[in-house]
Design a protein around this ligand. Structure first.
Ligand code: IYR
Length: 222
C-alpha cells in the first residue's frame, strides 16, 4: 500500500442559509453580466490584475492535483501580430472551406468572420496550454489525468475572476491551434487549449442579442 499523504484540519467558513442564498444570488447577478467581447480597446490593464486572476485559475481542482495547465500571457505587440496572422490564416480556411453549412448557420447570430483584429488590439492574450504530461522530480514524464476537465475548470475560474475584476474577455479557439506551440515555444506534449483575450471593450462596443436558457431548460431536481 502506498503511504497516505499528510492531512490538515480544514478551516471551512460556515454561512447561515440567508447568507448562502444572498451570496449565490449576488454571484449570479455579477456573472450573468459577462459577455464575450470582440471589439477591444488598447487601454492597458494592470499586470497585477492578470496575475491575481491567474492565481485564481491555478487554484482550480485538477485530476490527482496535477495542475495540467500552462498560461502564456502575451503582452508583446510583435508576438500578438504573429498570433493574429497565423490565426487569421486558419480562420480563413475555416470560414471558406472547413466549416459545414450547419456550423456557419450556428455562428450567424454571433456575426463572426475570419478577421481577428482583437488579437492585436487587446492588451493581453492569455494562451492556455493543456499538459498531457508533466515533468516529475527527476525530469521523468508523469502522466496527467482528466486534463480536459481540469483545464476547463481553470479556464472558467479565470473568466469569472477577470470579469469580477472589471476585465472583458473573449474565448477564442482558432482551429487548428498548433501554430501556438511554435510561436510561444511550448513543447509538443502541450496542447493549445484556448486563447482568452482580455482587456476593456472599445468605446461603443456591441454584443450580439442572444440569451441564456432558463433554469427549467438546463436543470432538473430529482
Ligand atoms: N473559431 C472561429 C469560429 C467560431 C466557432 C465557434 I463554435 C464560436 O462560438 C465562435 C467562432 C472564430 O473564432 O471565428
Amino acid at each position: 500500500m502506498a503511504e497516505a499523504g499528510k492531512f490538515l484540519p480544514f478551516e471551512f467558513e460556515r454561512l447561515d442559509d440567508a447568507e448562502k442564498i444572498e451570496r449565490a444570488q449576488a454571484f449570479y447577478q455579477r456573472l450573468k453580466q459577462r459577455r464575450s467581447v470582440r471589439d477591444f480597446s488598447s487601454e492597458p490593464v494592470p499586470r497585477a490584475v492578470i496575475e491575481a486572476c491567474l492565481r485564481t485559475a491555478g487554484s482550480a481542482p485538477s485530476g490527482a492535483n496535477m495542475q495540467p495547465w500552462h498560461f502564456c500571457v502575451v503582452e508583446s505587440a510583435a508576438i500578438k501580430r504573429e498570433i493574429r496572422l497565423a490565426a487569421e490564416a486558419e480562420e480563413r480556411e475555416f470560414y471558406q472551406r472547413r466549416a459545414s453549412e450547419e456550423w456557419l448557420d450556428a455562428l450567424e447570430p454571433l456575426g463572426t468572420d475570419a478577421e481577428k483584429p482583437f488579437l492585436e488590439t487587446a492588451p493581453y492574450l492569455i494562451v492556455i496550454f493543456l499538459k498531457k504530461f508533466s515533468e516529475g522530480a527527476e525530469g521523468e514524464q508523469r502522466k496527467n489525468y482528466y486534463t480536459a476537465e481540469s483545464v476547463g475548470i481553470a479556464t472558467g475560474l479565470l473568466l469569472a475572476a477577470l470579469h469580477t475584476a472589471g476585465v472583458a474577455t473573449l474565448t477564442h479557439t482558432p482551429s487548428p491551434m498548433k501554430f501556438l506551440n511554435s510561436i510561444l515555444k511550448r513543447p509538443a506534449s502541450e496542447r493549445p487549449y484556448m486563447i482568452v483575450v482580455a482587456g476593456l471593450p472599445a468605446e461603443g462596443a456591441e454584443v450580439p442579442a442572444i440569451d441564456k436558457m432558463p433554469l427549467e431548460e438546463i436543470a432538473e431536481f430529482l
